[in-house]
Write a protein of this length. Sequence first.
Length: 40
Amino acid sequence: MTGASVSESTNTMLSSSVSSISTSVASVASTLSSSNPTDT
């Protein structure tokens, strides 16, 4: 059962990393668009 638990924690780590990355990307995108309102 060790394998299942390792896999579980890997999945959790991946999920939280993806969430953090998505949040960062959204934040950067919104900063860029608000600082360049005339773009496109």
